[in-house]
Design a protein around this ligand. Structure first.
Ligand code: NAD
Length: 451
């Protein structure tokens, strides 16, 4: 195992100079990052095409455009966020004032997955920089072209004692995890999240875990069916279903199931054509291992739509499965591919029980026109975040902290959420020395004592 102590020592020494904490330095770093991403836009797109066959449109909207927006929003707000926040002081503390200072942690470790390999490495980095930290990024070994471009971008604008990219596989990740970081930000699977948390516990390093899970999507009988069909097809099959917040399975009310399924099939064809395997812009599955796992689900239940796959290109058609039960293999773990099982329901209590009897989802989507039903589902089910009458879109708002709950993750980020995540909230009470209130002292006899 390689030893990364030297790199960490360099970053910690740089951090202790205080340079990374200065507002101008943070702003400049964000500006450089933004400019470099813009300059390298074509290279990033080419790398994403090579790694995942991502179309330019998807590469821009879900990776490049997303992080450029995030940097722009952050730069606008940096000054405001960095200012110590004055908070209320109780009467018992008369004479003093209370503040929360946002303190940089030090050296952060960012571990990224392969499904949005550029965005999921850069978005946490924006948070780390904004909060004045140094950082080491370990991108995914499954998307080597994107990791290479990422490393070139970072090395061309930042010295390694400030921000560094270390490429490598599990062994590299574990060697880095054995170092003493000040913060660990992990995006990936639930089992690896547990490994990361265990490693962090040895040094009591705080962690954010952005994990996955089976995210339900409920289509109630009063939903706008045409709109639901289109928005679910988009959120499920974008990136060939390899999205942490993609609808994992559908709960469709029995009264509208037939109509919904017809419109849903139509929506899929509108998005990807009659033969998605021939569509040059249809994202492929990241590896043979993932392809084989997904292909094994194609025999679950009955194929309602799609079901074909190409083992040469690693593409799987958008596939809809019916006659599915919770016992089927496709319902045991997060699918993370273009396969959508459909469950039918008659009452919302069936839906709520089904969701509550399984690990907390990262996202939940509900299509209904009824406010009372919205409130019922929001207040009676546990999930990281989600949308009413849409899918995936909550993730792209810088005003909404994004993260899981329970087994789908710990902590959140995006926008101010990223700054908060990478900052320690240091509470400071500034006391007056003009007088002393003696009530707290055991020998109190007189009233207020003026010094
Ligand atoms: P993964 O957990 O296999 O790998 C993620 C990263 O961890 C990679 O960089 C990998 O090299 C490293 N890693 C793998 N095994 C490790 C180990 N034993 N010890 C230390 N490091 C290790 O995840 P993945 O397959 O790259 O990504 C898919 C998963 O990520 C899905 O479960 C998905 O839901 C989740 N995800 C979550 C979010 C989110 O924001 N919540 C976003 C994208 C993906």
């Amino acid at each position: 195992m390689e030893n990364y102590s030297l790199l960490l020592d360099k970053q910690r020494a740089f951090f202790h100079t205080g340079t990374s904490k200065k507002q101008d330095f943070r702003s400049n770093a964000l500006r450089k990052l933004k400019d470099s991403i813009k300059t390298n836009e074509k290279k990033i797109m080419d790398a994403l095409k090579a790694d995942l066959n991502k179309s330019e449109f998807e590469a821009y909207t879900t990776e490049i455009g997303f992080v450029l927006e995030e940097i722009g929003f952050t730069m606008k707000n940096l000054h405001k966020w960095m200012k110590p926040a004055k908070v209320k002081t109780p009467l018992t503390h008369f004479g003093s004032k209370s503040y929360v200072y946002y303190d940089s942690y030090g050296v952060a470790f960012i571990i990224a997955p392969w499904n949005y390999p550029f965005q999921l490495a850069i978005a946490p980095l924006i948070g780390a920089i904004t909060a004045g930290n140094c950082a080491i990024i370990k991108p995914s070994e499954l998307t080597p072209n994107t990791s290479e471009v990422l490393q070139n971008i970072i090395e061309s604008i930042f010295p390694e004692e400030y921000i560094a990219v270390v490429q490598g596989d599990v062994e590299t990740s574990q060697a880095l995890l054995s170092e003493n970081f000040d913060y660990i930000f992990f995006t990936g699977s639930v089992p690896v999240g547990k490994i990361v948390m265990e490693a962090a516990s040895k040094t009591l390093t705080p962690v954010t875990l952005e994990l996955g899970g089976k995210s339900p999507c409920i289509v109630h009988k009063d939903a706008n069916i045409k709109m639901a069909a289109k928005r679910i097809a988009w959120g499920k099959f974008i990136n060939a279903g390899q999205t942490c917040v993609a609808p994992d399975y559908l709960y469709v009310h029995s009264e509208i199931k037939e109509e919904f399924m017809e419109k849903f099939t139509f929506a899929i064809k509108e998005l990807y054509g009659e033969n998605p395997l021939e569509n040059p812009d249809y994202t492929t599955i990241v590896s043979t291992k993932h392809f084989d796992r997904l292909q094994s689900f194609l025999s679950n239940g009955s194929k309602f739509h799609g079901g074909n796959a190409d083992s040469e290109t690693l593409a799987i058609e958008p596939t809809v499965l019916t006659n599915i039960t919770w016992e089927d293999p496709v319902m045991q773990d997060e699918i993370f591919g273009p396969i959508l099982p459909v469950l039918e329901y008659n009452s919302l209590s069936e839906v709520m029980n089904g969701i509550s009897n399984h690990p907390n989802p990262l996202a939940l989507y509900l299509f209904t026109e009824d406010k009372a039903i919205e409130e019922k589902i929001i207040n009676n089910t546990s999930f990281g975040g989600g949308c009413i009458n849409d899918t995936v879109f909550h993730l792209v708002s810088p005003h909404l902290p994004f993260g899981g709950v329970g087994s789908s993750g710990i902590g959140s980020y995006h926008g101010k959420g990223s700054f908060d995540t990478f900052s320690h909230k240091k509470s400071v009470l500034r006391q007056t020395t003009r007088f002393d209130i003696p009530f707290r002292y055991p020998n109190f006899t007189n009233g207020l004592k003026i010094i």
